[in-house]
Design a binder for this molecule. Structure first.
Ligand code: NAD
Ligand code: WQD
Length: 337
């Protein structure tokens, strides 16, 4: 089938495009390249020996979307496009609501007009908010995300539920990701953040490759086994394969379906640093700093529902996540530049 992938040049998008091409699907990518490089998709084409259609443009551009749907027989949309930096969302909330909420609204309007009613949406564990016991399962009520980025994800989830309730033609999947890390095993595509990385793994990798001096660990006094924050890191290729399973599930289901994409296991910051040092053979100097505002001590998924209903399970180990991150970073010290 032909799948439109918004944000397909980005980190998770490019790995998912690769998985879809390898599974034999036709892919149209729409991306405005605000946080990505066209080079990621050239490499995906080389790795898969397949071609894709790339449209440089914005999900908020209704005219462009109408044209895209009239030119391509799209059966389903995987919607990654959006802004994702938590701190920036506090500084620039209007940009986040504009891209993430208004952008999704325009996309859905164009899909409705074109009669395309199958959608997979990139949601986040952040919609659970704080205060639930771990692990987080899909039956829990959503909470109160602590920043505009998280709220934009929650608003979109609610918008999509209302849409599916209004018309049984819609079939929508909300995938709640935990902490995506790693890279394709080729070392050719991976995460390429602009500026100073916000997330742990890209920062660790840049320290190891010599682009940054020292990792700041945000807090060593959490009530976790070693005092540092615990998260559910999931290999980006496991995540990509989860999207393939969700795509197949859409064909058989109506309404809204929610699946966590995580491993079900938590790892602390110190465990990640140690695993990275082992995988890379590089030292990762660090210093302990105060806690980052709004960070939780621990967060990990109950990943049973996706296994039961999708037949999907994340199987790549923490060691593999680290080795693949290092291969990507070592081969491409400056990312795609
Ligand atoms: P990313 O920034 O690498 O990818 C997002 C892509 O969307 C980029 O290629 C960017 O250029 C594009 N884009 C942004 N605004 C656009 C617009 N208005 N029109 C067209 N293209 C636009 O981020 P990612 O890590 O690959 O995340 C993909 C999705 O998954 C995002 O929606 C993100 O919020 C969500 N998510 C990410 C994480 C994570 O930790 N990486 C966790 C949970 C959810
Ligand atoms: C992981 C752990 C930090 C950087 C964020 C978003 C979330 C989701 C994924 C999209 C924490 C610690 C980090 C550093 C550190 N995104 N850390 N030094 O905070 O779990 O989630 O990204 O939906 O919404 O909030 O991920 O990678 O930033 O942090 O010590 O330089 O690493 O305190 O314990 P987080 P992260």
């Amino acid at each position: 089938m032909t799948v439109l992938i918004t944000g397909g040049a980005g980190y998770i998008g490019s790995h998912t495009v690769l998985a879809l091409l390898e599974a034999g699907h036709e892919v149209v990518v729409l991306d405005n390249l605000v946080n990505a490089s066209r080079e990621s998709l050239r490499r995906v084409e080389r790795l898969t020996e397949r071609t894709l259609i790339f449209v440089e443009g914005d999900i908020r551009d209704r005219t462009l979307l109408d044209q895209l749907f009239s030119e391509h027989a799209v059966s389903a949309v995987i919607h990654f496009a959006g802004l994702k930096a938590v701190g920036e969302s506090v500084q620039q909330p209007l940009s986040y609501y504009e891209n993430n909420v208004a952008g999704t609204l325009v996309l859905c309007q164009a899909m409705q007009a074109a009669g395309v009613t199958r959608l997979v949406f990139s949601s986040s564990a952040t919609v659970y908010g704080d205060g639930h016991p771990m692990p987080l399962h899909e039956g829990l009520p959503t909470g109160e995300p602590t920043n505009p980025y998280g709220r934009s994800k929650l608003i979109v989830e609610e918008l999509l539920r209302d849409l599916a309730d209004s018309d049984s033609a819609w079939s929508i999947v909300l995938l709640r990701y935990f902490n995506p890390v790693g890279a394709h095993a080729s070392g050719q595509i991976g995460e390429d953040p602009r500026g100073i990385p916000n997330n742990l793994l890209p920062y660790v990798a840049q320290v190891a490759v010599g682009r940054r001096d020292c990792l700041a660990i945000f807090g060593s006094d959490y009530s976790t086994h070693d005092g540092t924050g615990v998260r559910d890191y999931i290999h980006v290729m496991d995540l990509a394969e989860g999207h393939l399973c969700a795509l197949h599930a859409l064909a058989e289901r109506q309404g809204v379906h929610i699946w966590n994409l995580g491993t079900g296991q938590g790892h602390s910051v110190l465990e990640v640093v140690k695993a990275f040092e082992q995988a890379s053979g590089q030292a990762v100097p660090y210093r302990i700093e105060p806690r980052r505002p709004d960070d939780v001590a621990a967060c990990w998924a109950d990943a049973c529902l996706a296994e039961r209903e999708l037949g999907w399970k994340a199987w790549r180990s923490l060691a593999e996540m680290m080795a693949d991150t290092w291969r990507w970073q070592h081969n491409n010290p400056d990312g795609y530049r």
